[in-house]
Design a protein around this ligand. Structure first.
Ligand code: TYD
Ligand code: MG
Length: 440
């Protein structure tokens, strides 16, 4: 049907296949995992640990919770051009002896070969299969029985049992459930690649999220060199994990020390810059917060933030105005997190405030000072989680001073351990300003 009789829009109808055949037929539903035949008591179920295969990449293994689990379905999602194909082709090339079936529907086998040559590594054991019809892919997978299967991408494969075109919601769902059944029945781990649009919803990986076991999502802009891979769902591990990669001329390089994103690309003594000791998942690292404050040229001042919540920025500016008496209401404020990172750790509040004030007064904060603290509505500086780890990271990178809240307790062992790092404990924003900008 071309036109929807309900809303009158054209080409919005989507085919859903309805199976008939009485109550005994098994529906090709989303989570039909294998063919477990009867209900079992919990005691009867085998609880031995899942067997995992290492992907010879410390960061990928950590993201997955210690290697890829046998029979699991992993989705790697991200915007086009961010490096999904590169990452997934790097896995077989770096894993000696891992027999991999790489199904490419997006690029020709020749293109994949050219990329593999660029990435280097050991191409033995990696089979490239240029095919988009699911029925053929399934039968090849069952014949070859590889150790790992990669499908690039879910939007290009299709099954004959549906008439809709590849990439439509019903095709994506059906193909994903076919792959899920294959994974659960044969134990082959399957990595699926899915494109995501800026909005992240259109016929894309969002509909897959509840079908697959693990969702790894690429973040960061694909023009910069750094790419973040975040685990947003993991049935076999923690979801608080993230890994940083750098796109180089020969593939993605693991950045095992994310603080290197901080490497100053400017001289000393610039105003508007503050360093935050932040935590993302289980990683602690330091990130540069940059701010620019200028007189508003037009009536309404502008507030814009990249990588930080604008509403939170507005709140922090209101705190500065009301609790510390800074007249920022007539200023434009721009905020940027270095490296294209999206930050949600409240401990960055303190660095944001300091960057804004630094730019406002054109007063540079010394480059060996960093901050970790949450700012409350009454201007108080609140303690943040895992202060010891933030302090340790700052000390490791040679920072001399870290500002934290005076309300949380710092274990004496931490103070002992980092003698070169001065830990300054401040109760509220006015006190912080007095210490930091005392020369003013
Ligand atoms: P790609 O993995 O094809 O992205 P996706 O599959 O997510 O769409 O590659 C992304 C970009 O990375 C592409 O613009 C080219 C670039 N690139 C490099 O800079 N170095 C490399 O070694 C490779 C293979 C790609
Ligand atoms: Mg690709």
């Amino acid at each position: 049907m071309g036109r929807c009789p309900a809303c009158g829009e054209w080409n919005t109808m989507v085919e859903e296949k309805v199976e008939t055949g009485g109550p005994v037929s098994r529906r090709s539903g989303e989570n039909s995992v294998g063919s477990s035949s009867r209900p079992l008591s919990l005691a009867e179920i085998d609880s031995s640990a899942e067997s995992r295969t290492t992907l010879e990449s410390a960061e990928m293994d950590r993201l997955l919770g210690g290697g890829i689990v046998e029979g699991s379905l992993v989705l790697i999602a991200g915007e086009p051009g961010i490096g999904k194909s590169t990452l997934s082709l790097q896995i077989p090339l770096h894993c000696r002896g891992l027999r991999t079936l790489y199904v490419t529907g997006e690029e020709s086998a020749r293109q994949v070969k050219l990329r593999a040559a660029r990435l280097g590594g050991d191409s033995e054991g990696c089979l490239i299969y240029s095919e988009t019809l699911m029925e053929n892919i399934m039968s090849e997978a069952r014949r070859i029985m590889p150790d790992l299967m990669i499908v690039d991408s879910i939007q290009t494969v299709y099954t004959q049992t549906m008439e809709s075109s590849p990439g439509s919601v019903s095709q994506i769902k059906e193909c994903a459930s076919m792959l899920l059944r294959l994974a659960k029945e044969t134990g082959i781990p399957v990595i699926l690649i899915g494109h995501i649009t800026k909005e992240g919803s259109i016929a894309g990986p969002k509909v897959l999220e509840h079908i697959v076991d693990v969702v790894l999502q690429f973040e960061g802009d694909n023009t910069g060199a750094y790419r973040l891979l975040r685990s947003i769902k993991n049935r076999f591990g923690s979801t608080a994990e993230m890994a940083v990669f750098e796109m180089t001329g020969c593939g993605l390089r693991e950045v095992s020390n994310p603080s290197e994103m901080l490497i100053p690309m400017h001289g000393q003594g610039l105003s508007g810059i503050a360093v935050s000791a932040m935590l993302d998942g289980s990683r602690s690292f330091l990130i540069e917060v940059q701010s620019l404050v200028s007189s508003a040229a037009y009536g309404t001042p502008q507030r814009s933030a990249t990588g930080f919540d604008v509403r939170r920025l507005n709140m922090l500016l209101a705190v500065l105005e009301k609790r510390a008496g800074f007249r920022l209401g007539v200023k434009d404020v721009f905020l940027n997190m270095a490296g294209g990172l999206r930050v949600s750790d409240p401990a960055c509040d303190l660095a944001v405030i300091c960057a804004v004030l630094s730019s406002n007064f054109d007063f540079a904060i010394p480059s060996d000072v960093c901050f970790a603290g949450e700012v409350g509505l009454s201007g108080e500086i609140r303690p943040v989680s895992q202060t010891e780890r933030r302090v340790a990271e700052a000390a490791r990178l040679g920072f001399r001073t870290i500002f934290i809240s005076s309300f949380g307790a710092v274990p004496p062992a931490v103070l002992e351990q980092h003698k070169d790092l001065e830990i300054v404990r401040v109760p509220d924003v006015p006190a912080l300003c007095r210490i930091l900008f005392r020369q003013k």
